[in-house]
Design a protein around this ligand. Structure first.
Ligand SMILES: *Cc1c(COP(=O)(O)O)cnc(C)c1O
Length: 326
């Protein structure tokens, strides 16, 4: 089973209902005008903890075997924050392993939720190794950020809501990193609406899933700093679920530049009055840059809002990358 069955996603939806916000799908007049098709925004950045990751984390926590002492995970930030939140609600100990690329605002938020934080290594792969080590050492259960059925099913609940709110959706733009979000959302959308096109959007700087799809197997790419920090990291060379699901379900993958991500963040702030992080802006970036040309009702999934406020201001003032000091 590489594609998550609809029934599993529906089960996850009933399991996590009390723990998550059912986010709005809102029409965007300005993006609709620019794209020439009706564009809607899935406001998942308004999810508790500031990103969709709470859906998968809550589903994983609520599916743990009785007697679990604690959970441990590696994260680019948002999964750690979501897991810390869900673990605290369940009265479980939680340890989060982060690499040095994770922005400070995300570290502070995880610590504020009572989780123990380990900073380890220069990238996501190092953080994952540390998480595996701690899981073995402390007898905690590892809850990976994307490559796990409970995580995929939880993220898939977003797809149920999109089709419920917009049954004639033609294209869904999904930010794509490890593919937990993609594997879940695409499984739900394709099960309910097989003709809907699913487009994955990643950043040009270190798009591990896109490179793996091209190679036909999971491969490593160099992890680089990017405005879309939540999309950083590999998919795991021994990926079990999300690579195969993405390969089967995704219709197209497009890559956007740092300047295009910055333009997306600015557009979403100026026209929609919403604060989103780089990873969440990539669908709008793909529309604005013309890298995707939708033919009908289109949904851009805004996946999170946990951007460092100083960086957000710099981007609004014209910075087109992390390094750009203008
Ligand atoms: C984790 C994350 C993504 C990517 O999700 P994957 O399941 O790793 O593909 C996109 N946007 C935000 C804000 C995230 O935190």
């Amino acid at each position: 089973m590489s594609v998550m069955p609809l029934a599993e996603i529906q089960l996850a939806a009933s399991r996590i209902r009390p723990a998550v916000v059912r986010t709005a799908l809102e029409p965007s007049p300005s993006l609709s005008r620019l794209a020439g098709v009706p564009v809607h925004l899935k406001m998942e950045h308004r999810q508790r903890t500031g990103a969709f990751k709470l859906r998968g984390a809550a589903n994983a926590i609520l599916s743990l075997p009785p007697g679990t002492r604690g959970v441990v995970a590696a994260s680019t930030g948002n999964h750690g924050r979501a897991l810390a939140h869900a673990a605290r609600a369940a009265g479980l100990a939680c340890t989060i392993c982060l690499s040095r690329l994770v922005p400070a605002n995300k570290i502070v938020a995880i610590e504020a939720l009572g989780a123990r934080v380990h900073i380890q290594g220069a990238g996501q792969d190092d953080a994952q190794r540390e998480a595996d080590r701690l899981a073995a050492e402390e007898g905690f259960v590892g809850v990976p950020p994307f490559d796990h059925p409970a995580i995929v099913a939880g993220q898939g609940t977003i797809g149920l809501e999109i089709v419920e709110d917009l049954p004639d959706v033609e294209t869904v733009l999904v930010p794509l990193s490890g593919g937990g979000l993609m594997a879940g959302v695409a499984a739900a959308v394709k099960a309910l609406s097989p003709r809907t096109r699913i487009v994955g959007v990643s950043m040009e700087r270190g798009a591990a899933m896109a490179a793996s799809l091209q190679a036909g197997r999971p491969i490593e790419v160099e992890e680089r700093s990017t405005l879309a920090d939540s999309l950083g990291g590999g998919i795991g060379l021994s990926n079990r679920w999300t690579f195969e699901a993405t390969r089967q379900l995704v219709d197209e993958v497009v890559l956007v530049t740092e300047a295009e991500i910055a333009a997306g963040i600015r557009q979403i702030y100026r026209e929609e009055r919403e604060v989103v992080e780089g990873a969440a802006a990539v669908g709008v970036s793909a529309l604005l840059s013309g890298r995707v040309r939708p033919l009908g009702a289109t949904v851009a999934l805004l996946s999170g809002r946990n951007i460092d406020p100083t960086l957000h201001l710099r981007v609004l003032n014209g910075a087109d990358s992390l390094e750009d000091r203008t």
